[in-house]
Ligand binder design. Structure first.
Ligand code: ATP
Length: 372
């Protein structure tokens, strides 16, 4: 099986990388490292610089400043074909006149590898991507997902030091995309090659990666495991981008015991866990996931615990989503709207109809501190 056996701890290291296109700074002084064998996802909105970063690692763009290391070696002046990192992207064209086997063999033939080695490698790769038996088919005889598997096998056959994937699944329908995400993880575990996966789809990044970086305007805002990014976003941007988080801007009034008293911009007093920041003035807001909020009928609000957060409001929208229902609740005399996700199994003792008066409740521990 193909395994990267290089001893360098990192497959990719970016050190103070900046890239400008005229007046636009597409990538702004970015530094991070990807350990060998990791699936790292770069997530961010359109135009934030993800593709530019990937193209610089591949060698198709030259950074204005900073160093790129691949498996410990500085590659700033090494041309793309010598960097041993392959790029897979969405409109990955297969050669239409070549069979699946010939497509997978293409890079190895170009490198003039011996025939028996090529044959063995093609079989090995087709096995990894589950396409054994389709060797003689042509691209027009394949489904979208199968074509992506061939493209992947073609890149993996070259045993790259890092595989760079630029939204390769974006063109697939939702079901196939999910299936291919699982397949990508399985394949990566099997071959052990480092994957750097660029996407603007939060769900793909969360479910696929070992670690992820969230980008905005050419900068990395936060790096962490999917769990860390989802549960403890550090800024309003990351909280807003990663999911339909409720964000309350405000400040900490006081620290008391294990918690802090927080006042949002409308004057609601909320209880939040102590964020351990030495300076409570650094707190800019809190985020609360919609699935962590409960809905109570107004007459039960009195039984709430001291550490509970309570807000009274009126239901303005009810969106049935199948596995859960999304509610929008407006807090009177403010323009504050809170999103709540009720799973089908959650016991809700309130009729979910527009105009219904409710009390929202969540545990203090579900309030996440935001520093920007
Ligand atoms: P998307 O998800 O839409 O692909 P992205 O995050 O990959 O976006 P980039 O394609 O890296 O973003 O673009 C970052 C910024 O750099 C954008 O403002 C873009 O317009 C600009 N840019 C990218 N390539 C060039 C170029 N060759 N010439 C001029 N500007 C460019």
């Amino acid at each position: 099986m193909t395994r990267s056996n290089n001893q360098a701890p990192y497959a990719v290291e970016l050190i103070n990388i900046t890239k400008r296109f005229g007046k636009i700074t597409a990538v702004n002084d970015i530094s991070f490292a990807i350990p060998q064998g990791e699936i790292f996802a770069l997530l961010g909105p359109s135009g934030c610089g993800k593709t530019t970063l990937l193209r610089m690692i591949a060698g198709f763009e030259k950074q204005n400043s900073g160093d790129i290391r691949i498996q410990g070696e500085v590659v700033n002046n090494i041309p793309p074909n010598k960097r041993e990192c392959n790029l897979v992207f969405q409109q990955m064209a297969l050669f239409p006149h070549m069979s699946v086997a010939a497509n997978v063999a293409f890079g190895l033939v170009e490198r003039k590898r011996p025939r028996p080695e090529i044959k063995q490698k093609v079989q090995e790769m087709l096995d990894v991507v589950n396409l054994v038996g389709m060797e003689e088919r042509f691209p027009h005889q394949l489904s979208g997902g199968q074509k992506q598997r061939v493209a992947l096998a073609r890149s993996l056959a070259l045993n790259p030091k890092v595989l760079l994937l630029d939204e390769p699944l974006a063109a697939l329908d939702r079901k196939l995309r999910k299936e291919m995400q699982g397949e990508l993880r399985r394949i990566q575990r099997e071959v052990g090659i480092t994957f750097l996966y660029v996407t603007h789809d939060q769900k793909v990044a969360l479910s696929l990666s070992d670690r992820m970086g969230v980008m905005r305007d050419g900068k990395i805002m936060q790096i962490g495991t999917p769990l860390e990014i989802y549960e403890t976003p550090q800024t309003r941007f990351v909280a807003g981008f990663i999911g339909s988080c409720n964000i309350f801007s405000g400040r900490v009034l006081s620290k008391n015991g294990n918690g802090m008293r927080f006042e949002d911009q409308y004057g609601h007093s909320l209880c939040v866990p102590d964020c351990k920041l030495t300076d409570k003035d650094l707190v800019r807001g809190i985020s609360v996931h919609p699935e962590m909020i409960e809905i109570l009928p107004p007459h039960l609000a009195g039984s709430a615990e001291k550490s509970d957060n309570l807000l009274r409001g009126k239901i303005t929208d009810v969106f049935y989503q199948g596995d859960f229902t999304e509610l929008t609740i407006k807090i009177p005399e403010t323009d504050c709207r809170v999103t709540v996700h009720l799973s089908r199994s959650k016991d809700c003792r309130v009729p979910l109809k527009q105009g219904g008066e409710v009390v929202l409740r969540w545990d203090a521990c579900h309030s996440n501190i935001l520093r920007d």
